[in-house]
Design a protein. Structure first.
Length: 269
């Protein structure tokens, strides 16, 4: 797949197991960039694109993702573009990488944590229940990740954006080992508005009614090198996602009945 954008400036290194880099691209925008030879698995790039675009299709607040070309000359001339594995640093691999559009201008503040007292100022707090549908459907093997930005008009309010879908489909394994506490946000406060199944709509119905053609439309956009040209593996992944649609309610129920007791205001009726 040819990339319509390419990296032109390194901004800074970012935290996280994939050792992502913040880059400015030829379109003038900034991208959190995951490289093919990241320490986690090359498939996390495929996962990020697949799950994030599914999230967008479901109407969830997720960043735009796109392939971004990072050439060998750019890497050679940027000493920061090195990956560390087992104490050894080596250059990132050039080629087509995964770019996730940065949610604000890099000079503005992005918060990956808010004290519980500020969570009620998140204007889309109800989306935490809705994104749980995506995480249970795709078996996000990581905890749910979100960042918070200040709203432009009401500076005392925040907007949550759901990031880092790389560990969906169980990271590099591409299987679906369901577990009640996988893919959930760390604090129950974001779920306290949940009183029943309506809290997960319209995302839950959209998943249950999604066609296999819609899944394939997303999957075929993934660069083949991000999954080792394993077309059969990609086909199994799409087929499994399609079969799993009716099971999402069961996975949410398992979480509801877990020791976390995440939905204290659930109305049994």
């Amino acid at each position: 797949m040819s990339c319509s954008i390419s990296a032109i400036q390194h901004i800074r290194c970012l935290r996280g197991g994939s050792q992502s880099q913040l880059l400015r691209a030829s379109d003038g925008l900034y991208y959190v960039t995951k490289f093919q030879n990241n320490p986690q698995h090359v498939r996390v790039l495929a996962n990020e694109m697949m799950a994030t675009r599914l999230g967008a299709l479901l109407g969830l607040p997720v960043p735009r993702v796109a392939p971004i070309d990072v050439c060998s000359t750019f890497i050679e001339n940027t000493p920061e573009l090195r990956v560390e594995v087992g104490g050894v640093r080596r250059p990132f691999q050039p080629g087509t990488q995964l770019g996730s559009e940065y949610v604000v201008d890099p000079v503005e503040s992005v918060f990956d944590y808010l004290p519980e007292g500020l969570l009620d100022r998140v204007k889309n707090l109800q989306d935490f229940a809705r994104v749980l549908v995506l995480d249970k459907w795709t078996v996000n093997a990581d905890g749910r990740q979100a960042v918070f930005t200040r709203c432009s008009k009401r500076r005392s309010a925040y907007q949550a954006t759901f990031i880092d879908q790389g560990y969906c489909f169980n990271a590099g394994e591409w299987d679906f080992p369901d577990s009640p506490l996988r893919g959930v946000y760390a604090r129950n406060h974001v779920y306290r508005h949940v009183t029943g199944w309506d809290a997960f709509e319209p995302v839950l119905t959209r998943v249950e009614e999604m066609s296999v053609d819609a899944l394939w439309a997303v999957a075929t956009e993934i660069p083949t090198e991000w999954y080792g040209n394993d077309a059969a593996g990609l086909s199994r992944l799409v087929e499994a996602l399609y079969r799993r649609r009716p099971s999402v309610r069961n996975q949410i129920t398992a979480f509801r009945l877990s020791s976390r007791a995440p939905f204290p205001n659930w109305q049994s009726a």
